[in-house]
Design a protein around this ligand. Structure first.
Ligand code: ATP
Ligand code: MG
Length: 564
């Protein structure tokens, strides 16, 4: 492809709205252009990468027996009402104004509606169906470029099985395919156990790329490889010790003391002796009080998984009428009409201090067993950096990460809601057992750039690079340079290389070099007057900066041997 006649709109300036490297570089290198918040056009250079990534995905999905199909993005609202997911998605789902239609954020419903008409016997399964298609989600704050778009391309796959063992097999196949896909794309990734959230189902894992730009937080162990989203991660942290000395409750006057830190200071006791009380509402009707140790952080996803239903923090104006006090003075002792739960670390603990449900008062010597009408203990705390790994005891790191793929064992929820039943070997009706498996195509690309760039631009690998080679003709007004570089271009193309040829005659060498580094093709070949006079060109490996001067007649040989 010749630069002079192509649409490669590179730009020097850092775009104003972009803050993370992949977003900045995708804009500057002309891969994408924004149309509106969270909505991007893929320009020719970007589309080439999209197509390469999609091809890798196709090959690996086909290799596990996946069959590609293509489903409509425009769906009848009614279909989504049958599974109750219009409410689950809420504002995330785009609704069409002049018809009862929605833009699909995912495709379990459509798949199930097809499956139920055709997978009627156990003999019709297992099946794996997948598509690479556009999804629509009204993400509240799309600010990380294509990492979180309102319109984005997803590879979504669905497995239909007749038994739970069959589901396990389909799930494992996808896990293996995903590892191959991400490895082939050149991503360094790890796999975490995830919360299944609103999707329901029995098992789920996320494929993660460590990056400061990631919106997920994961605990990872560099020693044994344990990794989990903080929404489910655990650490080896001992419960509080129970003391034999168990005095009676005492009221403590604590004027203007609200936070755990203030209480530590005021009472001069360690934070571990304090039970922090947090208040939530379940399904807008059941008040919940959650007890946590001192400064432990409650993870709201863990809370939602523990309790089920819709969980939200209690509004400030709801607290006083229900408890008799304001936040900062709340506690579990004598609290009526609340469901009270505690983090596992507080198991049977005593000698605790918590709020008295009376402003400016706390209660001391609380024994959870004796004094609290508890509904149960759950793992609710968020793992902190440096805590011991549950598997090996090594220190955990807590890192930001980008979710690039997600595999779910859905089970029978969708089949039951949409009445997708088949006849099993005994002739009995049984719901189809489903799995669903997603990969964000743009997220692969943005994550790759997050992991592979320097201050000058992107550093592509051979596999997903828009072009393999960036050929730079230095002074194209010079007849000899023009002719020689045209010849090299033709030679490379004839030998199967994808080449971008900077044949512009109206920009300086400096601009060409800057563009080449920004665009980031893995191998650069520079054709300049000085070298050409001796029949040579210069090669530069973008990743390492390694340069060499090569005879044109040797160039094919040399490229074969170069590690780029
Ligand atoms: P997130 O938690 O980041 O919002 P999700 O868990 O809702 O993502 P899934 O429903 O599991 O996403 O979708 C499967 C895959 O689609 C994700 O692993 C991710 O790679 C991609 N994806 C999801 N939402 C977006 C988005 N808004 N923009 C780009 N890719 C996305
Ligand atoms: Mg997900």
């Amino acid at each position: 492809m010749k630069f002079s006649s192509s649409f490669f709109p590179t730009q020097k300036e850092v775009p104003v709205d972009a803050t993370i490297p992949s977003h900045i570089l995708m804009l500057r290198a002309g891969l994408i252009r924004p149309l509106a918040a969270g909505i991007y056009s893929h320009l020719p250079i970007g589309q080439r990468v999209m197509l390469k990534v999609m091809q890798i995905i196709r090959e690996e999905m086909n290799a596990i027996g996946g069959q590609e199909l293509f489903l409509p993005a425009l769906n009848p609202l009614e279909l989504w009402q049958e599974t109750g997911r219009v409410d689950d998605f809420g504002d995330i789902m785009f609704h069409v104004k002049n018809r009862p239609m929605v833009l699909a954020p995912t495709h379990e419903e459509v798949i199930c509606s097809i499956a139920k008409n055709f997978l009627r016997s156990y003999r019709d399964m297992p099946q794996i169906w997948y598509q690479i298609q556009t999804k629509f989600r009204n993400e509240p704050r799309p600010r990380s470029g294509v990492l979180r778009g309102r319109q984005f391309v997803m590879k979504d796959a669905y497995s239909m099985d007749t038994s739970w063992e069959g589901l396990d097999e389909s799930y494992d196949k996808h896990a293996e395919a995903y590892k191959k896909i991400f490895a082939r794309c050149g991503l360094k990734f790890f796999i975490v156990g995830a919360s299944s959230g609103a999707m329901g189902g029995s098992g789920s894992q996320e494929f993660m790329v460590e990056s400061p730009s990631g919106e997920d937080t994961c605990a990872v162990c560099s020693n044994c490889g344990y990794a989990a989203n903080v929404e489910v991660a655990e650490s080896n942290i001992p419960p509080l010790p129970r003391s034999d000395n168990n005095p009676e409750l005492e009221d403590i006057h604590t004027p203007n003391v609200r936070t755990i830190d203030e209480l530590v200071e005021f009472l001069n006791v360690p934070a571990e002796k304090l039970a922090k009380s947090l208040v939530y509402m379940q399904n807008n009707e059941t008040p919940i009080l959650v007890l946590m140790v001192g400064n432990d952080v409650l993870n709201e996803t863990k809370l939602a998984s523990a309790l089920g239903g819709n969980i939200r923090p209690m509004h400030p104006d709801e607290i006083e009428p229900l408890t008799g006090a304001h936040s900062g003075s709340l506690g579990p002792v004598g609290l009526k009409n609340f469901k009270i739960i505690a983090d596992n670390r507080l198991k049977d603990a005593n000698g605790l201090v918590s709020g008295a449900n009376k402003d400016d008062y706390h209660i001391g010597n609380i024994d959870i067993k004796r004094d609290v009408n508890l509904d149960g203990y759950y793992d609710l705390r968020e793992v902190k950096e440096g805590e011991a790994c549950v598997e090996c005891g090594n220190q955990l790191r807590v890192v930001n990460a980008i979710e690039i793929g997600h595999i779910f064992k859905l089970g029978t929820k969708y089949a039951e809601d949409l009445k997708a039943y088949f006849l099993n070997e005994k002739g009995d009706e049984q719901p189809i057992i489903m799995g669903s498996y997603g990969i964000g195509v743009e997220r692969i690309i943005a994550s790759y750039i997050e992991q592979n760039h320097d201050e000058n631009g992107i550093i592509w690998n051979k596999t997903i690079a828009p072009f393999h080679i960036h050929l730079i003709g230095l002074n194209m007004k010079n007849e000899m340079v023009r002719e020689a570089s045209e010849n090299v271009y033709q030679l490379l193309i004839d030998n199967g290389y994808e080449v971008i040829f900077d044949d512009r005659d109206d920009v300086s060498a400096g601009v060409k070099f800057k563009d080449a580094d920004l665009l980031g093709m893995p191998l650069h070949i520079i054709a300049g007057e000085k070298n050409l006079r001796d029949g040579n060109v210069e090669t530069k490996v973008r990743g390492t900066g390694e340069r060499s001067v090569v005879a044109i007649e040797d160039i094919l040989n040399k490229i074969e041997k170069l590690d780029y």
